[in-house]
Design a protein around this ligand. Structure first.
Ligand code: NAD
Ligand code: WQD
Length: 355
């Protein structure tokens, strides 16, 4: 599947110390890509300032391969310039962003500055150095309230978005589409992730929120390990099979592999302009389904209580993932039991995450 020439390519991974980035770096290294990571350490743990994040040290142990790391912010033009001079980059996988929905409501300007202006800055430097291949981490959030399900890539985007985080993802998508119209050299793939969960099966890397988790799976697993007393389930009166929200949860390793398939596509001679793909399983599971699956996987009771709906939440969101199957030859392989087993394996081995 991967030619030797492909695998000698050098990939710049922005935000590579974070949850999705670190798991993607594992897959890149396993396929012999050279990997350069930049991360400003705003949402990943390093023992000392500017040191390689703990996640990447573990990735190196796991794969037996090295990662070049720089503590660089995507908004820092001078530092990016230097990096593109030192390294001959073939493509960029761009994860670096702030990602808390609630924080984005409090600090919208920070989100636009970091996610939108930051990306624009990265693109300017890429162009100057004639690096035109980029894979961008977008989100199902750009679809807003679904007009139909499952969500295909043709579903309208940018309508009824309820928070600045979601808009920052949408605006960035639009910038990326616009630049391909001005210069035919650009090769852009937008990947719209649904709900990434789970951890590498080794249990040595996983999701490690700095604060109280916003997202369901890390919250459940912190309840299971005794860090939190109970899960609040936001809403029991949604028009779903059991009244709780329904999402398309996707195993992080499947998601990571999706980036490898996108790279393959972007490097193929035929590719031009931009393409967008959903990365999901195509199946929706409710919050209660996930609680039960986690209880099976961990053998522990998950204490929970129903509370009121969380503002901005949507009743059900799941993907039509058939385009990625057809065009990237990618499909998610792992189900919710493996997602919960691997989350639990990571959580019980690392009750306090990387610290
Ligand atoms: P994460 O916070 O774990 O990783 C992002 C990394 O980027 C962090 O290590 C952070 O320190 C770094 N970073 C942030 N701003 C930076 C900047 N200005 N310069 C350099 N580094 C910076 O988040 P994640 O879950 O791995 O998400 C990765 C990407 O995927 C983000 O773009 C996010 O919007 C997108 N996404 C995530 C989800 C999800 O549920 N996790 C869903 C859809 C899309
Ligand atoms: C899932 C379900 C909650 C926590 C968010 C972003 C989205 C994307 C992924 C980045 C919902 C319920 C949750 C809790 C709960 N991120 N829940 N108790 O909201 O689908 O998506 O993360 O792009 O943009 O919006 O994920 O994990 O927060 O919630 O009952 O403590 O779990 O109400 O139904 P969401 P989530």
């Amino acid at each position: 599947l991967y030619s030797i020439a492909d695998n000698r390519k050098t990939i710049l991974v922005t935000g590579g110390g974070g949850y999705i980035g670190s798991h993607t770096v594992v897959e890149l290294l396993n396929r012999n890509y050279s990997v350069v990571v930049i991360d400003n350490l705003s949402n990943c743990y390093a023992r000392n300032p500017s040191e390689k994040p703990e996640s990447l040290k573990r990735v190196e142990d796991l794969t037996g391969r090295g990662v070049v790391f720089y503590d660089v912010d995507i908004r820092n033009t001078a530092a990016l310039e230097k990096l593109f001079q030192i390294h001959s980059i073939d493509a960029v996988i761009h994860f670096a962003a702030l990602k808390s929905v609630s924080e984005s409501v409090e600090k919208p300007a920070d989100y636009y500055e970091n996610n939108v202006a930051g990306t624009n800055n990265l693109l300017q430097v890429m162009k100057k150095h004639k690096v035109y291949c980029i894979i961008y981490s977008s989100s199902a959030t750009v679809y807003g309230e679904p007009e139909f399900l499952p969500l295909t890539e043709r579903h309208p985007t940018g309508q009824k978005l309820t928070n600045p985080y979601g808009r920052s993802k949408y605006f960035t998508e639009e910038i990326l589409k616009d630049i391909t119209a001005t210069n035919s050299e650009w090769r852009v793939i937008l990947l719209r992730y649904f709900n990434p969960v789970g951890a590498h099966p080794s249990g040595s890397i996983g999701e490690d929120p700095f604060d109280i988790p916003n997202n369901l799976m890390p919250y459940i697993s912190q309840v299971a390990v005794g860090r939190r007393s109970k899960l609040n389930i936001f809403g029991s009166d949604y028009p779903t099979k059991d009244g709780t929200g329904v999402r398309d949860f996707i195993h992080i390793s499947d998601l990571a592999v999706g980036h490898l398939r996108a790279l393959k596509k972007i490097f193929s001679n035929k590719f031009k302009g931009w393409k967008v793909y959903n990365l999901g399983t195509g199946k929706g599971y409710s919050v209660l389904d996930m609680v039960k699956a986690f209880e099976r996987a961990s053998g522990r009771r998950i204490n929970y209580e129903f509370t009121k709906r969380r503002p901005g939440d949507i009743s059900a969101v799941y993907a039509d993932a058939s385009l990625a199957k057809r065009e990237l030859n990618w499909k998610a392989e792992k189900g919710i039991d493996e997602m919960c087993e691997d989350t639990w394996n990571w959580q019980r081995r690392n009750p306090n995450g990387y610290r």
